[in-house]
Write a protein that binds this ligand. Structure first.
Ligand SMILES: Cc1cc2nc3c(=O)[nH]c(=O)nc-3n(C[C@H](O)[C@H](O)[C@H](O)COP(=O)(O)O)c2cc1C
Length: 224
């Protein structure tokens, strides 16, 4: 066989592998439905009715509801500057949002990272990982159909604000958490901001990068 023919076969094989690999990556990305900008209840009503909920029905949550809740946490609301639903010191956006999907209609079970710019999620771990939460969180957390984890990257904010970064990142996690509370209330979904968990175990369960620290866990489910 001539060298040219061998090169051609190699090139075709290489191109096919790349295309195949790229399509496999794409399969792990889910584009979420566009968020709605009007809801069923007023902000005042959501503030009045919001309560921490720790018992959930087994009923599925829909991809539309998950999309809306992720958007409320960190969704883009102004393209120029990439400004988001929650305020951020210096618009540096140190928060990263994860979804542990169990019973969510339209989303295969797995762990996902939320990408605000494309309003999409990308699978980082396949399968139902909720039982593993028993090793790091209060027992009721794993019973929710879906769980959101708010993580923070202190270094991102420290670049500008130095030692005040930890304070600022925690404040931002609180703002995102309140957004999730109010959005969930508007959808008839219950949640609670859980701060009691074993950081190192949750971090390894989610395979978080070294610089990302879990700050809050918010189970989601219809109120029982
Ligand atoms: C920073 C923070 C940490 C919290 N941690 C937990 C927790 O680990 N477990 C839990 O069940 N509730 C937790 N909560 C929820 C509170 O218990 C709850 O907000 C409080 O009892 C008031 O009830 P309400 O949210 O229904 O108004 C936490 C709330 C905040 C703001």
């Amino acid at each position: 066989m001539k060298v040219n023919t061998i090169c051609l076969i190699f090139l075709i094989f290489f191109t096919f592998s790349i295309v195949n690999f790229a399509s496999q990556i794409d399969k792990k990305v889910i584009d979420l439905p566009n968020p709605a900008y009007d809801g069923g209840i007023s902000v005042e009503r959501a503030l009045k009715e919001r309560r921490s909920v720790r018992k959930y029905s087994k009923e599925e949550i829909s991809v539309t509801e998950i999309s809306q809740i992720l958007w409320s946490a960190q969704g883009i609301t102004k393209k120029i500057g990439g400004l988001r639903t929650a305020p951020s010191a210096g618009a540096l956006y140190p928060l990263e949002i994860y979804l542990i999907a169990g019973e969510v209609e339209g989303i295969p079970k797995g762990i996902y990272k939320y990408y605000p710019q494309s309003h999409s999620i990308k699978m980082t771990q396949e399968g139902d990982n909720r039982q593993k939460l028993l090793t790091c969180c209060q027992p009721f957390v794993r019973k929710a159909p879906a769980i959101i984890v708010i993580a923070g990257v202190y270094e991102r904010t420290a670049l500008k604000y130095g030692k005040r970064a930890r304070q600022y990142v925690h404040i931002e996690a609180g703002a995102a958490g309140q957004n999730i509370y109010l959005q969930s209330e508007s959808l008839g979904i219950g949640t609670v901001f859980v701060g009691a968990f074993i950081d190192s175990r949750l971090k390894s369960l989610l395979f978080l990068p070294e610089d990302e620290h879990p700050l809050g866990v918010m189970p989601l489910g219809r109120k029982r």
